[in-house]
Write a protein that binds this ligand. Structure first.
Ligand code: C2O
Ligand code: CU
Ligand code: CU
Length: 490
């Protein structure tokens, strides 16, 4: 199978080079005309220089987002308000921020599989926004893409049935050209889906105690300790030197000596993280974006690009409880110091079998029917040579029919950069990366994937609902600069 896949990938790249657009074995490939622009490369300096993060001093206990209470016992009704407010991120100073049902970030929404959920969304900002449910399989008119704007003061009720499996999803705004700024200012919240399986596995699930959400976002604060997006903005992705986790500056997390589940969300506009323990100890990954892995995967580090999630379990009963235990980034910067209490906590085993995810023979043998070519940088980013046009439908796909999409990150003269690619309204399977089987910890449901320069990734995707869905680079400035397309599911 590996060899066959390699050959297929090679054939496809030959086809791209020769500009041939049809192939008997791969009928009806949808792909726009690709146009190259060499000028864009000249102004570009380097993709690799990234400002490093200040170490967390650990002086503040990590904030845990509140769990949103339902408004109504009978129906499952939640009210989510986008608001502007002031938040004391730095002691004694108020920063102007955005949040959901509060001044900064948002609450966690918890759904059970099978629930019919009604959400009343209200825009209390003084600008347009949308409410997008990242990773949720809902009809297009509930998805909150750029077509779904609410003007200041407007509200909209959406209703959907939760039919996907237990997972950690999130929500954020998606107004055309303004997503990056609104997320930067603080609009982001968590969704937890639980199901019979997640409840029976015996995984740590005491919210805020041994089941901890960690939303990683880097920011730049100005002299007055304000988030000044216009000043910080970078067309190639806005990064900052200051890390906030769940909105907490200089966070630390106090845990018991037990297995602790960390639900990692890269909620940054552009920064990639490679998480590891400063002791070099390993941990296990138990879930990808959209569900559990079949079995825990032991890792020493894990990289998440913007919008990706992973659930990991760290066994604090096995780690030396030296006082400088911390989650660190690739370059060694301290992201989250841990304080391990003397309490021993619960002892539990992580089950060997957690899910029944599989890629079928049939999926492996489907022809590629959609091709996506990511290219460019700064404000010259494109998909298949085109920028986002809300009036243009790029692809169509039938509801309930699995198709194979091939995503290629075309390098530029500088080498290119990683683009995190995301599709709305569905969870998909990675079939191959450059013709190879994906790594073990990517053999699970995904809605966002990192694509390296010159890498070709094949995915199998099926939409359960109808509607117009976005697909885009999740570097939010790339998205705002037009690195986005639309698939119409009918
Ligand atoms: Cu996280 Cu288009 O979204
Ligand atoms: Cu999304
Ligand atoms: Cu990008």
């Amino acid at each position: 199978m590996g060899i066959k896949l390699k050959i297929t990938a090679l054939m496809v790249s030959v086809l791209i080079i020769t500009g041939c657009s049809s192939n008997n074995s791969q009928p009806d490939v949808e792909m726009g005309q690709s146009t190259m622009n060499h000028d864009m490369m000249k102004e570009h300096m380097s993709h690799d220089e990234v400002v490093s993060l200040n170490n967390s001093t650990g002086e503040n206990e990590l904030n845990i987002p509140s769990m949103l209470e339902s408004d109504n016992e009978e129906g499952i009704v939640y009210t989510v308000r986008a608001q502007k407010g002031k938040t004391e991120i730095f002691d004694g100073t108020e920063s102007i921020t955005y949040g959901y049902n509060g001044s900064f970030l948002g609450p966690m929404l918890r759904f059970d599989k099978g629930d019919t959920v009604k959400i009343r969304t209200i825009n209390e900002l003084d600008e347009e926004t949308t409410f997008h449910w990242h990773g949720l399989e809902v009809a297009g008119d509930a998805d909150g893409g750029p077509h779904d704007t609410l003007k200041p003061g407007e509200e909209k009720v959406i209703e959907f049935k939760v039919e996907q499996e237990a997972s950690t999803l999130w929500f954020h705004p998606h107004p055309e050209g303004k997503t990056a700024e609104q997320v930067y200012n603080g609009l982001a919240g968590l969704i937890y889906i639980e199901d019979a399986n997640s409840k029976s596995l015996g995984l740590p699930n005491d919210y805020g105690k041994n089941d901890i959400p960690l939303i990683f976002q880097d920011r730049t604060f100005d002299d007055k300790k304000q988030l000044n997006y216009d000043a910080a903005r970078n067309d190639d992705g806005t990064i900052g030197d200051t890390l906030l986790i769940n909105g907490t500056l200089n966070p630390k997390l106090t845990v018991n000596k037990e297995k602790v589940r960390l639900r990692l969300l890269n909620g940054s506009n552009a920064r990639n993280y490679t998480f590891k323990l400063n002791t070099g100890d390993s941990f296990v990954q138990i879930a990808t974006d959209g569900g559990f892995l079949n079995e825990p995967v032991t890792l020493k580090e894990i990289t998440l690009t913007p919008s990706e999630r992973a659930e990991i379990v760290v066994d604090f009963s096995q780690l030396k409880t030296s006082n400088d235990l911390a989650l660190i980034n690739e370059d060694g910067s301290i992201l989250l110091p841990f304080e391990v209490s003397d309490e021993s906590g619960e002892s539990r085993n992580i089950p060997r079998e957690m899910n029944s995810f599989s890629v079928t023979e049939e999926e492996m043998s489907l022809p590629v029917t959609k091709k996506v070519e990511l290219f460019g940088m700064m404000d010259q980013v494109t998909i298949n040579g085109k920028k986002f046009d809300p009036e243009r439908i790029d692809f169509t796909q039938q509801q309930g029919v699995t198709e194979v999409w091939e995503i290629y990150n075309k390098p530029d003269e500088m080498g290119g950069m990683i683009h995190p690619f995301h599709i709305h309204g569905a969870q998909f399977k990675i079939l191959s990366r450059n013709g190879q089987e994906p790594p073990e910890n990517e053999r699970g449901w995904k809605d966002s994937i990192s694509i390296q320069p010159d890498e070709t990734v094949k995915i199998a995707i099926q939409f359960k609902h109808k509607g117009v869905y976005m697909f885009h680079c999740h570097i939010l400035e790339h998205e705002d600069n037009g690195m986005m397309g639309q698939v119409k599911v009918e």
